[in-house]
Write a protein that binds this ligand. Structure first.
Ligand SMILES: C[S@@+](CC[C@H](N)C(=O)[O-])C[C@H]1O[C@@H](n2cnc3c(N)ncnc32)[C@H](O)[C@@H]1O
Length: 281
């Protein structure tokens, strides 16, 4: 990634946009900003996606991407949180998609400095507002101390806080994941982090395995190699070792039952990414 905005962040924004373009309504997540945030290059990203992923893999991938945001925002709505920290925000348009939620929260958008700069420049170009209760916090999880950067941004450690960390842990070392979770554990009781991780081979079905192999190659080519896969047990023990308790660790079947069972189009998320919510006891 170095000094360039994250290319995988553009790819996931395009996945959110393509869910809206090609999957049936009601959308699992309605993100009308994703296409314009990425800009005209989205067509190139789409062509590359279609070239590399067989259609069923592509469909399950975009279902997984929208479902993880839907899940995180369901947890946010369900809890009585005062702050929301979007870790590795990429081109997530939460701030513009959900003014109803933003209004009641202090929001901290945390991302790699290069990605964050790129997003803020693009938002300024588009004339999108930066609300006063949203703080932009540039952090490189591998080298910076998240806690210090949050302090600089006026973060309240005693407030009940929800963190989301979607599609990021797989690009980090286990040490960097552990450090971030320990930072979350310093927050007020009842605070939560919703994160995704790349599961090990045992948890993958055929579509998930195909995705994992292709995405691994594409991410490495983009300069953002996937470095960490975790078993279910490993993911839970990193969270508990950091001082958190596991609040929810849904299987794909759980997610389908909860969020997709009413659909008639058979939309299912890929198995190449798993969701975990950990809570401050
Ligand atoms: C696949 S994108 C996910 C973006 C967003 N969460 C989403 O759901 O679309 C990965 C994100 O992780 C961030 N990231 C990767 N390595 C990072 C690091 N060492 N420090 C901070 N952010 C990092 C990238 O900047 C990018 O925004």
């Amino acid at each position: 990634m170095e000094g360039e905005p994250s290319r995988t962040a553009m790819a996931t924004a395009v996945a959110r946009a393509r869910h809206r373009l090609y999957d049936d309504a009601p959308w699992v997540l309605d993100d009308p900003f994703a296409l314009v945030l990425v800009g005209p290059i989205w067509r190139l990203i789409e062509r590359r996606t279609e070239r590399h992923y067989p259609e069923p893999v592509d469909r399950a991938y975009r279902a997984g991407i929208v479902l993880r945001s839907h899940y995180a925002e369901s947890r946010l709505v369900a809890g009585e949180f005062a702050q929301y920290v979007v870790l590795g925000a990429g081109l997530d348009a939460f701030v513009w998609r959900r003014p109803d939620l933003v209004r009641t929260l202090r929001v901290f958008e945390v991302d790699h400095p290069a990605s964050q700069r790129g997003k803020r420049d693009r938002a300024a170009e588009l004339g999108l507002p930066e609300p006063g209760n949203v703080a932009y916090v540039p952090v490189d999880f591998e080298v910076d101390t998240l806690a210090d950067r949050l302090d600089d941004a006026g973060f309240d450690w005693s407030a009940r806080t929800c963190f989301s960390w979607l599609g990021v842990s797989m690009y980090l070392t286990v040490d960097a994941i552990d450090t971030t979770l320990r930072t979350v554990a310093r927050c007020g009781p009842g605070s939560e982090i919703v994160l995704t991780y790349a599961p090990d081979d045992e948890a993958l079905d055929d579509i998930g395995r195909q995705f994992d192999q292709i995405a691994g190659r594409l991410a490495a080519d983009a300069g953002e190699p996937i470095v960490t896969h975790l078993s279910r047990l490993e993911a839970e023990s990193i969270a508990t070792g950091a001082g958190l308790e596991v609040a929810d660790h849904p299987s794909i079947e759980d997610l389908v039952d909860r969020y997709l069972s009413e659909r008639r189009d058979g939309l299912r998320p890929y198995t190449a990414e798993a969701l975990l919510t950990a809570r401050v006891p």
